[in-house]
Design a protein around this ligand. Sequence first.
Ligand code: B12
Ligand code: SF4
Length: 495
Amino acid sequence: MTIKKILLIQPPLGRGMTKDLFQPIFPYGLAYVATSLLNSVYEVEVFDIYANRWNRNEVLKKIKYLNCDVIGITAMSTQYSYVKWLSCELKKQTKARIILGGLLATYSSEIVLNNTTVDICVVGEGEKTIVDLLKKINCLENVHGIVYKEDGKIIKTPPRDYIKNLDSLDRPAYHLFPMDMYTKTKFYIHDPTTKIFKRKLTFKTMGVLTGRGCPYQCNFCSKSFEGLRLKSADSIIDEIKYLKQTYEIEGVHFIDELFVINKKRAYELIEKLGTIGIKWDGQARVNTVDYDLLCAMKKAGCVAIGFGVESGSNKILKNMNKRITVAQSQQALKDAQRAGLHIKVQLVLGYPGESKETIAETVDFFKRIKHPARRFSLILPLPGSALYNEAISKNLIQDEEDYLTQIFEGYGSSRYRVFINFTDLPTNEIYRLKRKAEKAMEKNYRAYLRTHPLAYVKYRYSSIINYIYTFIRRSIKFFNDPAFYIKSIYSRLNA
Ligand code: B12
Ligand code: SF4
């Protein structure tokens, strides 16, 4: 079999009707795989179902006349049910081999191979494996880092070594993707008080990766990569400059699992970021920042910082192996507020050990630090995490395939949401306590605002202030170069 053309697919999130879902983020995994394939002179086409917001009927039309030898799909665990449907429809239309990569393939290969029409799962990083795999498609046992089925038996080949030097990777194949879909959307400051204080900055933005892996081992986390590897500051800046020049981006979301890994690395990066005039945000830990660093970040263009605060109870943080304390969270949040950064906090409810008392501790924590957080995610054990293994061993997940089929909502809070109850409380009581805690947190923050008029004005009218700011910024641009400005508006409208 000679392979010439490969189709790469990114499925949607949620129920597969993505009209109201998140801002699409550039699928780096697929794009790096595409680069490797192009370098080995394969022809590559991309279907980003998620970014294009194609519904199932539209997808069926698209795949009706497929002309490719291999299909590569990327997916995280929550996309299992869609992958199951899609792979089945693909098999009806074509004889092309179907290869699955990403977290779903890495952590649930057996389930995938036993229940879908996927032929091969790529475990871990895909850049080298895909090329090796296509070369040896008729002798798969010689390809490291894959799982496949032969005569009804699951075969796992030895793992492939991780790429040590990320700078050695060629640029992701941006040109194959609908870039306007990832960049034309606005730069949202995800303030959890969505109803009253939603902030929106109108920057053209793009997700950017500065490394792979995270040195921590939180029990609930299903990490993309083992081991920590970082790109050099120069190569990150080059990439951002390239994105600025080619796609006119003005903002960057650093989408690393952990962006502020330590102070040394952070200072090294922000020193350079400060010179290229870009707005950005990223994820830190409360133990990797201090006031001086946060001020330096703000000066270098940082608009928002994310912290996995998770809980206001030391007992729960310990159970999570989060390796932070409530006192550290309090300090970091205060420092970030003082430095003038927007703070996005991730909060989770329902971790083993959670009780009325631990929830009350979390509510009290936010009352103390006067932060508007008021949304909890419910714990969702995902394959690849210690918590998932705990759920299996405690028999809380009995049928893994059925569980994967149901978790398409992720941490979402809609009626389709699955909840694995690790606590001693009845599930209904957990939902009630969640609602009660969220209400109490909102009430506490409103009470704080009533006694602090300046903070009230800042939050209540932040969107108006932002519109005025954007208007002034755009007017300056227009008066500097009217022809260029009109051309860029025109091309955005056409996109
Ligand atoms: C961007 C992002 C998103 C975006 C969407 C992603 C997109 N593609 O558009 C958004 C913000 C929407 C999102 C949402 C969610 N996300 Co998310 N997300 C990420 C993030 C930050 C970056 C993904 C990325 O680009 N990685 C970098 C690339 C290089 O790695 P990669 O994709 O794994 O690809 C490599 C290999 O896996 C492999 N590979 C991948 N695909 C393919 C395909 C083929 C054919 C081959 C051969 C190889 C291959 O090769 C690639 C290169 O080496 C990761 C964390 C991270 N930094 O990785 C989390 C991450 C993927 N998300 C995660 C989670 C949990 C979620 C949510 C479920 C959370 C929630 N709120 O509910 C939701 C999904 C909700 C839903 N309904 O399904 C988890 C996944 C865990 C798991 N077991 O699936 C991660 C790992 C974060 C974490 N540690 O918790 N996410
Ligand atoms: S939750 Fe964050 S800090 Fe913890 S292991 Fe996952 S990525 Fe690392």
